[in-house]
Write a protein of this length. Structure first.
Ligand code: S0N
Length: 289
């Protein structure tokens, strides 16, 4: 393989600050792109709170993920937290009220659930790059990513039953798929923390590397993915999620099929016939077995 494709370079690229169409500054996140590499990096930037998210953080993350999705030069998205102490420690508990988390709006919300769905449906790989704590809602965020590259100082776990909360959505179902129902029950019932090595053994993460090599290794994975067919990767992602995501999963993979069909002569014949006010002629297209 390497003789044909060459070794994958591991140097860290130059990160250029990025904006979305709204052009408003980000306060809680950093959004960067490695121009010419097809890699975007989205970083929760609240290290003083172990990268806990508040509603504003989630709103900004949703904007950045949308932009990275729409930018057709981007093939892979890295999702991470600032510093090496934490990927994300979940919802900011100081802002938790009766209806969810409240910041500037003064009413509660759980908009991280929208972010989870967005990452799951985004037709490009999202890689969680985890140093330090990935706990509570932060642990769910790494689980909804397509891949997780962990530093050797990473710590994983749910805290909900200790702090009076739980994520019975993707936080339970995707975990059960990843580690199996017995382990998932253990993680939620006991609310223990697990080391990177334990997480690797449980199938929670793809690989573990020394913390000082974390970005280098993640970039290497991104470059290796970006060498491959974006359409094949898109279909693999939607296929792997399809059954678990029910109607929404079917809709995603069906949309991919429509996207491909539009590119065929058969699909184009129907559109042309309509525009040319004639009967479509599908007779030349084979009825394949
Ligand atoms: C991460 C931990 C283990 C790190 O410990 P360490 O290194 O000893 O640091 P600390 O001194 O504890 O923390 C440093 C400073 O950061 C603040 N901080 C840390 N985490 C949070 C947080 N989540 N919210 C607010 N502040 C946080 C500390 O307070 C400290 O600040 P100072 O220096 O000012 O004292 C440790 O910090 C820890 O255990 N953190 C809490 C982890 C946790 O329980 N998270 C919340 C879990 N719940 C969710 O995430 C809910 C998610 C959600 O939105 C949801 C989604 C779906 C359905 C339901 C929900 C739901 O809301 O329940």
């Amino acid at each position: 393989y390497h003789r044909v494709h060459g070794q994958v370079p591991t140097h860290i690229p130059e990160w250029t600050p990025a904006m979305d169409d709204a052009g408003a500054a980000f306060t809680d996140i950093l959004y960067e792109k490695a121009v010419g590499e097809g890699i975007a990096k989205i970083t929760i930037n609240r290290p003083e709170r172990r990268n806990a998210f508040r509603p504003q953080t989630v709103k900004e993350l949703i904007r950045a993920f949308n932009d990275a999705r729409d930018d057709n030069s981007v093939g892979v998205i890295i999702f991470t937290g600032k510093g090496t102490m934490a990927f994300c420690s979940g919802g900011d508990q100081s802002l938790r009220g009766k209806e969810g988390y409240a910041d500037f709006d003064n009413f509660g919300r759980l908009n991280v659930l929208d972010l989870q769905v967005q990452i799951r449906r985004l037709p490009k790989p999202v890689i969680a790059m985890v140093a330090g704590y990935a706990v509570g809602g932060g642990h769910v965020l790494h689980m909804v990513c397509d891949l997780t590259i962990a530093a050797d100082n990473a710590v994983f776990g749910q805290t909900g039953p200790k702090v009076g909360s739980f994520d019975a959505g993707f936080g339970a179902s995707i975990m059960s798929r990843l580690v199996g129902p017995k382990r998932a029950r253990e993680m939620w019932f006991m609310a223990r923390f697990y080391s990177a090595a334990e997480a690797e053994k449980m199938g929670l993460v793809n690989t573990v590397v020394p913390v000082e090599k974390l970005e280098e290794e993640t970039i290497k994975w991104c470059r290796e993915i970006n060498r491959n067919s974006p359409m094949a990767i898109r279909l693999c992602k939607s296929a792997i999620n399809a059954a678990d995501d029910g109607h929404a999963g079917l809709q995603q993979i069906a949309g991919d099929a429509t996207l491909l069909f539009y590119g065929t002569e058969e699909g184009t014949e129907g559109k042309n016939a309509y525009l040319q006010r004639r009967k479509p002629d599908f007779s030349r297209f084979p009825r394949l077995p």
